[in-house]
Design a binder for this molecule. Structure first.
Ligand SMILES: NC(=O)c1ccc[n+]([C@@H]2O[C@H](COP(=O)([O-])OP(=O)(O)OC[C@H]3O[C@@H](n4cnc5c(N)ncnc54)[C@H](OP(=O)(O)O)[C@@H]3O)[C@@H](O)[C@H]2O)c1
Length: 225
């Protein structure tokens, strides 16, 4: 499949590389895909020129990446995701599976971050993305694990779960199919896209577990009696 990553940080690079290893064609979309921009070091990720050389994936504008894709991943910064997806273009997202991996985190007061008020409470980033792009089939997924775990769930030991939320059952099944390719085995369906409120709200707990445990190689598992 042709897959776009809207956002070229650690997540876009890790998921993109993982999808290329599964045989997909991946284009990462960023705002200004100039040669100078591709050569620049990125926070917690390699320069995109190095990513391209290592994986064979391409880098383009957000609109070009989305236009050529059958499936789009939102791997942009949560605070800028609506802007990034507007740059990707509503027409280029229409009818497509849009996997929303972003978290609405505010780092303005340092670490640990907290949820951005505008995207929390009786709303969420996932819901606002679905409302802004009603023709996209938005599934909130992968946002509750570290990028290395997204594409290699065995890193967290087992068993552990991938949380999904979205209005379109077929779209959630497509995400599960992609995730199974990475080795994911168990899924927790949080219902329609309002379930994104719950999975985004896991982030403060995730960050705390990361700090106290000292490693991002962990995940949550729901055990029902
Ligand atoms: N790091 C993890 O392991 C992890 C795990 C789960 C979920 N997440 C979530 O995944 C997302 C990506 O995280 P990340 O660490 O890879 O990268 P990030 O630094 O949060 O985001 C990088 C991307 O966001 C784009 N961006 C930022 N502000 C923008 C704006 N105002 N308009 C348009 N685009 C904008 C940047 O575009 P340019 O390239 O053009 O600058 C860049 O490509 C985040 O929402 C994060 O919360 C991260």
């Amino acid at each position: 499949m042709q897959i776009a990553m809207i956002g070229g940080g650690a997540v876009g690079q890790a998921l993109g590389a993982g999808l290329i290893r599964l045989g997909h064609q991946v284009v990462i979309g960023i705002r200004s895909p100039s040669e100078a921009e591709l050569a620049k070091p990125r926070s917690q990720a390699k320069p995109l020129a190095e990513w391209s050389a290592a994986t064979g994936g391409r880098v383009a504008s957000m609109a070009e990446a989305a236009a050529g894709a059958e499936v789009v991943f939102n791997t942009s910064n949560g605070a800028g995701s609506l802007a990034a997806l507007h740059l990707a273009g509503a027409e280029n997202l229409a009818g497509k599976l849009l996997v929303d991996v972003a978290n609405p985190l505010d780092f303005s007061q340092g670490f640990p971050p907290f949820l951005i008020r505008e995207f929390s409470g009786p709303t969420s980033l996932g819901e606002q993305i679905q409302a802004a792009f009603p023709r996209a089939r938005v599934v909130k997924a992968f946002n509750t694990v570290a990028n290395a775990v997204m594409v290699d769930p065995a890193l967290a030991g087992g068993p552990h779960d991938l949380f999904l939320a979205g209005n379109d059952a077929a779209a959630k099944a497509e995400v599960q199919e992609i995730a199974r390719g990475f080795g994911w085995q168990t899924f927790v369906d949080l219902g329609d896209i309002t379930g994104a409120r719950a999975s985004e709200a896991i982030l403060p707990l995730w960050v705390r577990l990361f700090v106290t445990g000292g490693s991002p190689a962990f995940n949550l598992h729901v055990q029902r009696g």
